[in-house]
Design a protein around this ligand. Structure first.
Ligand SMILES: [Zn+2]
Length: 215
């Protein structure tokens, strides 16, 4: 029985003999100085949407949080376990990131589940995904009821609505709201289309998603 799956060992062999060698000074400096990423990205767990790949980022560059459907729950200091909120707190208060980007994506399985199983009909009793996706169930129920839209249009709509919703919830965290009001922290939305590679960014004034100029 191998200690790790073969494809992981093969990938690690490439990394340690390739990228790690060419960037060893950078890794040593990061180890010595600690990390100081300026940007936090909140993305989906989906294997096709790794922010480090999409933004061509190296070690130390992005502080990444991934969860199902890149959702931010509202600020709830209730003594329960909140992994997403803990990561936010660390990024904002300890690392003092300057940007937080909520990045959704096309063909998101979590969003699809939210659309096909509304709050009145959870995926299964006591399941985790159903409870987690119930964060956006009012929007999911509304979008799911829109019979004028195709299945794909409904998914894209909810993927983008949920990004705006998560950004609104970021502002329920007092530390984030204060820093944003002072101009020390910027909140952004982005949406990555897995099938075409297109990146769309949220216009802060309108909430619409637009293709950024990439030169
Ligand atoms: Zn997803």
């Amino acid at each position: 029985m191998p200690l790790l799956p073969d494809h992981l060992i093969a990938g690690y062999r490439n990394f340690i003999t390739g990228r790690y060698v060419s960037e060893s000074d950078h890794y040593r400096s990061l180890a010595r100085e600690g990390q100081a990423p300026e940007t936090m990205i909140i993305a989906c767990c989906d294997s096709r949407t790794a922010p480090e790949t999409v933004f061509d980022a190296g070690p130390g560059e992005l502080f990444v949080l991934r969860n199902v459907a890149n959702l931010i729950p509202p600020y709830e200091p209730d003594g329960e376990y909140h992994s997403t909120s803990a990561a936010l707190e660390f990024a904002v208060q300890s690392l003092k990131v300057k940007n937080i980007v909520v990045m959704g994506h096309g063909r998101c399985g979590g969003i699809k589940a939210a659309l096909s199983h509304n709050s009145a009909m959870p995926l299964s009793p006591g399941d985790f995904i159903g409870k987690w996706m119930s964060l956006i169930s009012p929007a999911a129920d509304t979008v799911a009821a829109s019979t004028m839209m195709t299945t794909g249009e409904r998914a894209t709509a909810l993927e983008r609505i949920s990004i705006r919703y998560s950004i609104a919830n970021l502002r329920t965290f007092p530390c984030i709201k204060i820093l944003e009001d002072k101009g020390k922290l910027a909140l952004h939305g982005a949406w990555f289309d897995v099938s075409t590679g297109e990146l769309w960014a949220m216009n802060k004034a309108t909430g619409d998603f637009e293709r950024p100029e990439i030169g």
